[in-house]
Design a protein around this ligand. Structure first.
Ligand code: KIV
Length: 292
């Protein structure tokens, strides 16, 4: 990863790296992260100054319309990763390893992680799970590829977890989660997403590991925060998790824009003169003459 200065229309900012993540934790400065799946969103986020962009496998649900994250493939993830990489220059780009791209073997995990950097333009990868993923994390980081862990509600295990539900709510589950975080740190992860875990547990874990935690539904005690952008923008029509703050309602705005367009076309208010290309009267006269 380079430490070059990146020019944007708004300002110049340095490329965010895994080192930046560590320094922000040390300084107690919150790390900001959002998901993106396409070029224009990546451009807008990068310009806004986001620290990190996750090309999440939430792509499966919020963009491709599946019920859960399981169906999305490596090739689909790479297609969207490339679009994001073309748009975002300064943010740390993290590719989310899809279901079955790292669970079968550490070799598979390394090969697919490598594809995210070589073919997807990502700077790092994320994968779900704790102790059972330690070998995969070691193999990937051993090749020089930064890995972000993901604990708590791990959506790729939705069937095993019995649904999208909060995790770590009992003393024994909390202890296991803390151990998993320590194991991921020891295996070389540079950061860990904590999803839907009790706030006091997330804060405790954040204080007892040296790598930054990025929370989603895990309270303010994490070292950073991530949200699924379609939830933040109100773009996903099916549901919005309780832990989301919605900053816009783009679904409603899109619906209004589309119905206004249909209405304008049907009532012949669009296109108007200003949307129309004209030719000169002279050329028109010649055209008509040539038809005779
Ligand atoms: O896929 C995703 O968007 C994620 C976030 C919820 C962290 O993994």
């Amino acid at each position: 990863m380079s430490t070059t200065t990146i020019s944007t229309n708004m300002s110049q900012r340095k490329k965010v790296t895994t080192l930046t993540f560590r320094q922000k934790k040390e300084r107690g400065e919150p790390i900001t992260m959002l998901t993106a799946y396409d070029y224009p969103t990546a451009v807008a986020m990068d310009k806004a100054g986001i620290d990190s962009i996750l090309v999440g496998d939430s792509l499966a649900m919020v963009v491709l319309g599946y019920e859960n994250t399981l169906p999305v493939t490596m090739d689909e993830m790479l297609h969207h990763a490339r679009a994001v990489a073309r748009g975002a220059k300064a943010s740390l780009l993290v590719g989310d390893m899809p279901f079955m791209s790292y669970q079968v073997s550490a070799d598979d995990a390394l090969r697919n992680a490598g594809r995210f950097l070589q073919q997807g333009g990502m700077d790092a990868v994320k994968l779900e799970g704790g102790r059972e993923r330690a070998d995969a994390v070691r193999a990937i980081t051993g090749a020089g590829i930064p890995v972000m862990g993901h604990l708590g509600l791990t959506p790729q295990s939705v069937h095993q977890l019995g649904g999208f539900r909060a995790q770590g709510k009992t003393a024994s589950a909390a202890k296991r989660l803390l151990e998993d975080a320590q194991i991921l740190e020891e295996a070389g992860a540079f950061s860990i997403v904590l999803e839907a875990v009790p706030a006091r547990l997330a804060e405790y874990i954040s204080k007892h590991i040296s790598i930054p935690t990025i929370g989603i539904g895990a309270g303010a005690g994490c070292d950073g925060q991530v949200l699924v952008t379609h939830d933040l923008l109100g773009l996903f029509d099916r549901f919005t998790p309780k832990f989301v703050r919605q900053y816009a309602n783009l679904h409603e705005m899109m619906n209004k824009a589309f119905t206004d367009y249909i209405d304008d076309v049907e009532s012949k208010r669009f296109p108007a003169v200003e949307h129309t290309v004209e030719m000169t009267d002279e050329e028109w006269a010649v055209f008509q003459k040539e038809l005779k």
